[in-house]
Ligand binder design. Structure first.
Ligand SMILES: [Cu+2]
Length: 199
């Protein structure tokens, strides 16, 4: 009887160790950054944060006009916005972007947040957004997304993770840019893109 008890205790200890170690490996797997993309330095950040020819800004209406194909720098999780759940484009938080039909925007997307991952994805899904808007992972997006993007890691040692995404807005309509990290779009991390016929 005593031997049976000892064996039971040993069995329980073995099971507990196996379960907790599998949790440990699963969680360390999740936390391990698999980001292999590029980084910008602080001075490179300043160099890309410029207004390209063909781009006009209206600060009073928080609108950016893209009249011809152009570069557009997108900062994710800006420090000075009051909310990390936002984008900053050419000094405007979550601007409305009005694009001339046929223009291609080369988005240069940079995570400037010091403690959260973000991404920037184009979608036909309009707000309001729920907690889970999409997978956000490469190759696993659900319907309604026009682009996919992995989450970019937060700023580390003054290095800013970035990614280039180009999109040709070939037909008029209303679209949205969102962060698909769970909860972010729900908390306001999105903006509108309106593609209009050229005057
Ligand atoms: Cu986000």
């Amino acid at each position: 009887m005593k031997e049976f008890r000892v064996l039971t205790v040993i069995a329980v200890v073995v099971v507990v160790v196996l379960i907790s170690s599998s949790f440990y490996f699963l969680s360390s797997e999740r936390n391990r950054s698999n980001y292999v993309g590029g980084y910008l330095s602080e001075s490179q950040l300043d160099k890309i944060n410029i207004t390209s020819p063909g781009v006009n800004i209206s600060k009073s209406t928080s609108t950016i006009f893209v009249n011809t194909s152009a570069n557009l720098p997108v900062f994710m999780g800006p420090m000075n916005s009051g909310s990390m759940y936002s984008f900053e484009i050419l000094g405007i938080i979550n601007p409305k972007i009005i694009v001339s039909e046929g223009a291609t925007i080369h988005f240069v997307i940079v995570n400037v947040d010091t403690d959260s991952e973000h991404n920037f994805v184009l979608t036909t899904i309009s707000p309001p957004y729920s907690y889970m808007i999409g997978e956000g992972m490469m190759g696993s997006s659900r319907g309604g997304f026009m682009t996919t993007m992995d989450f970019l890691p937060p700023v580390h040692s003054n290095r800013y993770a970035f990614e280039n995404v180009s999109y040709n807005f070939s037909s008029p309509g209303t679209f949205w840019y969102v962060c698909t990290y769970p909860g972010h779009a729900q908390k306001g991390m999105f903006g509108e893109i309106s593609v209009v016929k050229q005057a």
